[in-house]
Design a protein around this ligand. Structure first.
Ligand code: ATP
Length: 332
């Protein structure tokens, strides 16, 4: 265990921004903190980094309490959304600056910076100023500068959100690769579910300052603890109990099933009528009317159906989750 947080509470005036009992981080893992705007994600990172102090609770790093320790004494690196590079320093000096301010001998600085420039494929950019780089390159410099001190924990606050989608995908691969090579624990904040699932070994979902679920992306996606979490991870059909009857006996008010877990199948037991479709490239998202309820169903790119066409549907019942008052009900 690299980092342990217990009974954390943080208020701003009367407003409780964070409140949870326990959050634990293992060594060399990639954690993604996912939540909507205002759920407390940035506040969590600031408390871990020591830029903000919790009103109550305890933080332990490698068995040592760091709850009230100032940021510069913590072995924790930071990368933000807006890169925060020194505009008057070239790439090389930007990356070297954390080592120079720690009085690391010049030769060692040179060695370390060259090494990291090489790993991050930035050697050709070393003599440029930040303003002469693309957004993706600037963020790689910011990452290199945070990693040159070899922190055991790296905090990343929406590091990809200022980049366009192709650069974002490239940098996403970079982040994962770097985390494996440098062997640190990443704590990465985002509100993008795809980014969260692609990067995370573990996913911690926050809502109103509380932890809703802390599990592998696979489990959070397939078995969300509550309706909020189910929606947060992407498209889902939340079907009121009486709207499409599946003969379920449990006590619940909704069941949830993802569009890819419903199949258009002539042997299916549910009748529907196609309303419209969206082409997604890898497939079609069909909107299908069943008894007045509009179901979303994902089909392959070669499944061409037109509106008003009648279809039969089959649900993968093993993928169904049932909810009562917004919370998941364990299957009977
Ligand atoms: P976003 O995705 O929009 O950055 P977030 O999940 O990171 O949101 P936080 O920035 O942690 O959310 O903020 C959580 C809540 O605490 C918000 O409602 C915010 O307005 C409030 N808050 C944060 N910092 C302060 C502050 N210094 N003073 C008062 N309220 C604050």
């Amino acid at each position: 265990m690299i980092l342990e947080m217990y009974n954390i509470e943080k208020r701003f005036g009367n407003f409780t921004a964070l409140k949870f009992d326990e959050l634990l981080f293992d060594n060399n893992r990639y954690y993604v903190i996912l939540g909507p705007s205002g759920s407390g994600k940035t506040t969590l990172l600031r408390i871990i980094g020591g830029l903000e102090y919790a009103d109550s609770g305890k933080i332990i790093m490698e068995s040592r309490e760091i709850t009230n320790m100032p940021p510069w004494k913590r072995d924790i690196g930071l990368v933000f959304q807006n890169y925060a590079l020194y505009p008057h320093l070239k790439v090389y000096e930007n990356i070297a600056s954390p080592l120079i301010s720690k009085n690391v001998p010049a030769e060692e600085v040179n060695h370390e910076v060259k090494n990291i420039l090489d790993i991050m494929e930035l050697t050709d950019q070393a003599r440029k100023f930040p303003s002469q780089l693309s957004g993706g390159q600037q963020q790689r410099v910011a990452l290199a500068r945070a990693l040159v001190k070899r922190p055991k924990v790296l905090l990343l606050d929406e590091p990809l959100s200022n980049l366009d989608s192709r650069v974002r995908a490239d940098l996403r691969d970079y982040l994962k690769k770097t985390q494996r090579e440098f062997q640190f624990t990443a704590i990465h904040v985002t509100h993008d579910p795809e980014e969260a699932m692609a990067l995370g070994d573990k996913l911690v979902v926050f809502h109103h300052g509380k932890i809703i679920q802390n599990d592998t992306p696979y489990n959070v996606y397939n078995n969300p603890n509550d309706i909020f979490c189910a929606r947060m991870l992407g498209n889902i059909n939340l079907i009121p109990r009486n709207s499409i009857d599946l003969d379920l006996n449990d006590d619940f008010d909704y069941y949830g099933i993802r569009p890819e877990d419903i199949f258009i199948d002539p042997n299916g037991n549910i009748n529907g009528t196609i309303k419209y479709k969206d082409f997604l490239g890898h497939g079609y998202m069909y909107a299908i009317d069943v008894n007045g309820f509009t179901l979303k169903v994902l089909a392959g790119k070669d499944v061409h159906l037109s509106s008003k066409q009648e279809v039969r549907l089959r649900f993968d019942m093993s993928r169904l989750n049932i909810y009562k008052n917004g919370k998941k009900v364990s299957p009977a």
